[in-house]
Design a binder for this molecule. Structure first.
Ligand code: GLP
Length: 243
């Protein structure tokens, strides 16, 4: 049986340091690595740690390619709350990554199916994701794959659940929280060669327990990670409290 590698830390800073070290090791061993990146609060300190490594000349992203997991529909690309803006403000504007190497779904594409097919084909063309960073939703969603009757395959347009809208709407002070997003599918995500999932706080404890100890079921999207051969889960004590 495959076992998920679980590491529990005292502080968020320690989680970020560990994640950033793992990402740095990946980039140093393959400078043209393809990274899968996540938004949300969980990876922010990790991105800060990567920026610090870049500033100290320990790490370069000049040949790195990134694919973000998801993007909201029907808000402008440059909206304050788009994931495009989040990633630029939180990471890309502060490192030497090339803008042409950062990739997002176009949440405003007229033909969303064609846009999703384009995105998935581009990931394949670049050789697939070497290392995927993931957060987890309170309902165990990964990217924007909400609890469902079946695991999704490729990228698709999804309707966000009330739980996700509730958790994310705090960020939307000036505009309405979107109800739809384009997201990589569960099968897409699991094609990554290795995966790091970050979770902090007691709000995530139940999702973490169900993901690791429960059965593999699309009603707990993150549980699919039990079937992946290289997953590391970095937790604080609160998120690990029900394990
Ligand atoms: C959003 C994102 C996910 C992220 C989740 C948890 O729904 N689409 O990729 O993992 O939020 O976010 P946070 O890290 O802020 O708890």
């Amino acid at each position: 049986m495959i076992t998920i590698n679980i590491k529990v830390f005292d502080t968020k800073e320690q989680i970020a340091k560990e994640a950033a070290q793992m990402i740095a090791t990946q980039i140093k061993s393959k400078p043209d690595s393809v990274l899968g990146l996540a938004t949300g609060a969980s990876p922010i300190l990790t991105y800060e740690a990567l920026i610090e490594m870049y500033k100290q000349n320990e790490l370069s992203f000049k040949d790195v390619t990134t694919f973000n997991l998801d993007e909201y529909c029907n808000i402008p690309k440059n909206d304050k709350n788009s994931y495009y803006t989040f990633m630029h403000e939180t990471l890309f504007n502060h490192i030497d990554i090339k803008e042409e190497n950062v990739n997002f779904h176009d949440g405003n594409a007229a033909d969303t199916e064609a846009e999703c097919a384009r995105y998935d084909a581009l990931v394949e063309e670049k050789g697939g994701v070497d290392l995927q960073i993931l957060g987890i939703g309170n309902n165990a969603h990964i990217a924007f794959n909400e609890p469902s009757d079946e695991f999704s395959k490729g990228s698709y347009k999804t309707k966000l659940t009330d739980s996700t809208i509730e958790a994310n709407k705090i960020y939307f002070t000036e505009s309405e929280m979107p109800q739809y997003a384009l997201t990589m599918g569960v099968e897409n995500i699991c094609k990554a060669k290795s995966i790091i999932l970050l979770a902090m706080g007691e709000k995530k404890a139940k999702a973490i327990k169900n993901m690791i100890k429960g059965e593999i079921t699309p009603s707990v999207p993150a549980s699919i990670l039990q079937s992946h051969s290289d997953v590391t889960v970095l937790l604080d004590k609160e998120a690990a409290s029900l394990l």
